[in-house]
Ligand binder design. Sequence first.
Ligand code: PBG
Length: 327
Amino acid sequence: MTYSFPVRPRRLRVTKSIRSLVQENRLHPSDFVLPIFISDEEKQVEVPSMPGVVRWPVDQLSDQIKSYTDMGIRAFALFPKICAGSKNPHGSEILNPESLVYRAAKSVKKAHSESVLIADLALDPYTTHGQDGIVLENGYVSNDETVEVLAKASLLCAEAGFDWVAPSDMMDGRVGIIRKTLEQNSYHNVGIISYSAKFASAYYGPFRSAIDSSHGGKPIDKSSYQLNPANFEEAKRELCLDYQEGADMLMIKPAEPFLDVIKYANTNFDIPIAAYQVSGEYSRIMAADQLGWLDWKSCAIESLLGIKRAGARVIFSYFADKLAPIL
Ligand code: PBG
């Protein structure tokens, strides 16, 4: 029995070549920002909850960046694991110009001036309690005091050679103050990628153990500043404020659970939209692969294509260096 349907969408899927010709979205190494963990440890250390991810000592970082740029990856976000002795409740190590992340940026820029370096701007790597800001006596994370410190730290980032700062703290008003501080100090071309719609997510767990910001493994509640995953309207407001305050790029994080927010941002703002496929999104795929339940490569590509299709121009992903050679 055969019908003569005039419309047969499967005609576009008959052969591999036809499918490739009509493919609407493709991943490319230059889509990615690779997050890199760094530390003052003597050698590379595997992150147990993130198979295939290591923390790099600063003296190996430049060689490593070279191998990534050879794969076509251009942008890197550095995340320091600060040793316990340098942490305190105020996170004051972030204002030490000799601190790990500033030393790392200087050495990378010396060897690879063309690479795009992004500094995550928040206090959590530096505080003993693991919160992203300064905690008041009543337990509330102080907004304005935190913003003041982040603005000062943005100058250290710029001085160290970072091309972009990425405030990941979700304090009110920080993008405007950081922009103003950079302008007043003639860092006109240091850009701001704002973590605008950053949700209070359980998927940050592996990251917190990677940089040891998990306060001894106890759950940390960041919901007085990070967004409630149930809320879309509130995310719209945060995106809008960061845009008005002068962000050059707006980020949504995590990525896959919030594709609606990525889509909204891409439709409504005329600046590039970034999405962060976070540590837990990475680890759940790798864990299932290790159990023999899923194929990591196909799942990673499917997840990243979804994020790109939703409208993310720039994607932060721990898969970047694993996939770049095969894209
Ligand atoms: C710091 C920060 C976090 C992540 C990026 N920057 C953790 C947090 O907010 O607790 C998470 C990234 C990831 O899970 O890969 N504020």
